[in-house]
Design a protein around this ligand. Sequence first.
Ligand SMILES: *Cc1c(COP(=O)(O)O)cnc(C)c1O
Length: 498
Amino acid sequence: MFYTSTRDNSVKVSSAEAIAQGISKDGGLFIPTEIPSISKDFIDSLVPLSYIERAKKVLSLYLTDFTADEIAMCVEGAYKAGKFSSEKVAPLADYNENASILELWRGPTCAFKDMALQLLPYLLTVSAKKTVADKTIVILVATSGDTGKAALEGFKDVPQTKIMVFYPNDGVSPMQKLQMATQEGENVCVCAINGNFDDAQNGVKAIFTDKAVAEKLAENNMMFSSANSINWGRLVPQIVYYISAYCDLIEQGKIKNGDEMNVVVPTGNFGNILAAYYAKMMGVPVKKLICASNSNNVLTDFLKKGEYDRNRKFYTTTSPSMDILISSNLERLLYHLTGNNDATIRDWMGKLSSDGVYTVDADTLSQIKELFDAGCCDDKETAETIGETYKSGYLLDTHTAVAVKVYEEYVKETGDKTVTVIASTANPYKFSSSVLKAVCDDEIDNLDEFEQVNKLIETTEEPCPPQLANLKEKQVRFTSCCEKAEMIDMVYKMLEIE
Ligand SMILES: *Cc1c(COP(=O)(O)O)cnc(C)c1O
């Protein structure tokens, strides 16, 4: 199998090259030239297997230039016993008689990004060995919270890699800041910047594309790569858990092999829901892909009307990981729906960057409507949903609550009783303050982060994951804060090059 670029069909690379490079030189994203299909029998063969064994079988369909031993080493390293707080890795919890919650936050940093970022470092080091021999891979990340910590945890002490994370000093939650500042590992570095997330992101992009910097790294036998969700190596691990969830529903007797399921995903950059689309295209009988957004509802409008318009107010919400107006991975979906039309994608993405808006043709829109449903909800509805769902026995985080609310609205509108999987993307203790306000009437603004955590434990009796509760005791290792213009110096300092 080969990979090409959404913006240039003449590109033809192996999966290792796609993963090592991260993004195509033309600015497009790497996509497989054909989507492998799986049969009913293949799904039957997965049902009795563990998550690790299921992952090996699914990944081998996409990473055809990896040996079976390489895939086994990667998957076993990523999901080995003890790393995730459930032996099922991504277990299903009951929501109601028709719907289950797919808990994707059982990993080391309590957010769904672990599902991919525990595996990516392994995929990347194997890919680098195949394509760029003995170079050290330098991962630069700009983060608004969850990605930075998950990437640090995934890459910590991985041989021949170094990782540096920049975050906006006043733009992450206290819990997220502490998670990063206490990061362990000899090859990691974390630095705050005086600026917002866009400043961090632009600074990282500028360093990435600076030729002089690239040359200096090359002289020192190093190269940059990317750990954000435009990298195919982050998307492919996510396909596994939708197929695995379908197998679990069969195992639990909730469906028979061949029955349909719906999938609801709280969406930001469109990576997670795109993985569900690939699972459907491979042959998993997914009926509707339901895309849930917060007040930044650019995707809701797009999936209903076919016009993508980022020229709108940006809201800072209680589900910050979905506060996004440019959903990068949508480009991959559009490429597939237009029948691999790279010229059309160049046109639309060009308009998005010049005018902030583009409109798809009628055929593409009708395919989108067949595949997707979409909805959004604001912070007030998010809090109400956490409160109501808690009363019936399940404590949701703010992002998952958006998905639950959109699912409830969908059922009200359509009466669709199809068995449904709702993707749950974070543990509620990662967003203690908002969750606590939704389930407790007391005044809490005077409490610090850990007092809020304790109050949430007292109120709900839900266990707090030890890796969050124990942060208080951990040594703070990183306190640097730099100006935007100093970011490159921080990178050189970390890499110990002049
Ligand atoms: C990143 C993130 C999302 C959004 O996922 P995308 O793949 O970007 O759509 C949703 N919830 C949480 C908690 C996240 O960290």
